[in-house]
Design a protein around this ligand. Structure first.
Ligand code: TXA
Ligand code: MG
Length: 336
């Protein structure tokens, strides 16, 4: 299959909307990461997403909408807190989980009776939803397990020959996937931290429960509330190790590893070491979030065998970056 990359002019947007309507899949930009899109109501199209990504079938997809009226068509129960959150954070990088209506097929929701919904702020994504009068099911556009893609070329690297179309919307502004929050539980439960922070959510609707799986590995045999939490994630080919401690000690620890193929991701503006890439300033969590996946893909291209990553703060957006990194590192943190 020939994979076309189109710049997002009017014609490309119409092409994408038609293609999705016809039951095909396409990669589209959003403000968080690129999504691999299909018509959420079309079972065959949704199955094609799982196949292209190599995604386990019990891992549900997020359904993207462009207008609040669409929420009422797919969610069976909409608590007040959800409307308050939608008012404040939609369109934007917040996904909310609701009891689903039957218009959303089981393949889309991974067999669950709930549906994850997000209204993205990216104008191209919004326009394609509107033009096609669609609900767009879209997981992150990456081969399952790999770091998500934050630009069209990264998507091309994973899906060349496997999908017909990539709409090139440039670099994603946020660079990490949306915050995932369940509104099905009495106290809203955070399944995945993102750019909308716990602090912001609590300011808006009060107490939020943070699922243990956000920062800890799933125990054997444990029932997971959000299937995505149990799979290996965000991993480059290189082995990732998180290193926590004073900068000079982190540097010394990495220098002592004399293997070839050792790379480091460190904070910008601090004393670097050999084979070191920066992923943002220590104090700038948003910048770290934006650069992380891009850098993880970059170290692979450079032929890294191991990449040591200076551990980020877990406050605010930092919790999202930390959550992706500990998964990429299979929960291995070295304290120096
Ligand atoms: O920013 C984003 O959220 C991007 C862009 C494309 O919108 N999408 C994305 O999708 O990251 P994905 O499929 O890579 O991650 C969705 C996560 C998964 O961990 C999945 O298990 C969880 O959300 N999820 C989806 N529906 C769910 C549900 N009904 N109940 C619990 N967890 C759900
Ligand atoms: Mg993903």
């Amino acid at each position: 299959m020939l994979t076309r990359i189109l710049t997002p002019d009017n014609e490309a947007i119409i092409t994408a909307a038609k293609l999705l309507k016809a039951g095909q899949i396409a990669a589209l930009p959003t403000e968080t990461v690129y999504g691999l899109a299909a018509d959420a109501k079309n079972e065959a199209a949704v199955k094609a997403i799982f196949e292209a990504k190599g995604r386990p079938q019990d891992n549900p997809l997020i359904v993207h909408i462009a207008d609040i009226s669409q929420l009422y068509e797919i969610a069976a129960e909409i608590p007040d807190k959800a409307l308050t959150l939608a008012e404040k954070f939609w369109p934007g990088p917040l996904t909310m989980i609701f009891k689903k209506k039957s218009v959303i097929p089981d393949v889309t929701s991974g067999g669950l009776d709930t549906v994850a919904v997000r209204m993205p702020s990216h104008p191209i994504m919004q326009e394609i939803i509107r033009r096609g009068n669609l609900f767009i099911a879209a997981p992150s556009a990456n081969i399952s397990g790999r770091p998500s893609c934050t630009n069209a070329l990264d998507v091309f690297e994973d899906f060349n020959g496997k999908i017909p179309l990539i709409i090139d919307g440039g670099e994603c502004n946020i660079g990490l996937e949306s915050t995932v929050l369940s509104l099905v539980t009495d106290t809203p439960t955070l399944f995945r931290p993102g750019f909308v922070t716990v602090e912001q959510l609590e300011e808006t609707v009060g107490k939020i429960k943070i699922s243990e799986a956000v920062t800890s590995p799933i125990k054997q045999g444990e029932r997971v509330q959000s299937p995505g939490m149990k799979y290996r994630h965000y991993s480059p080919n290189a082995k990732v190790v998180l290193v926590k401690g004073e900068h000079s000690k982190v540097c010394q620890f990495i220098k002592d590893k004399e293997d070839s193929g050792v790379f480091a991701l460190m904070f910008e503006g601090e004393k670097p070491i050999d084979n070191c890439l920066f992923y943002g300033k220590r104090e700038d969590s948003a910048e770290q979030a934006k650069n992380l996946f891009k850098r993880l893909r970059e170290v692979d291209r450079l032929g890294a065998k191991t990449v040591y990553v200076e551990c980020p703060s877990t406050l605010g957006v930092g919790l999202a970056t930390f959550n992706r990194l500990i998964r990429a590192a299979a929960f291995e943190i070295v304290n120096v």
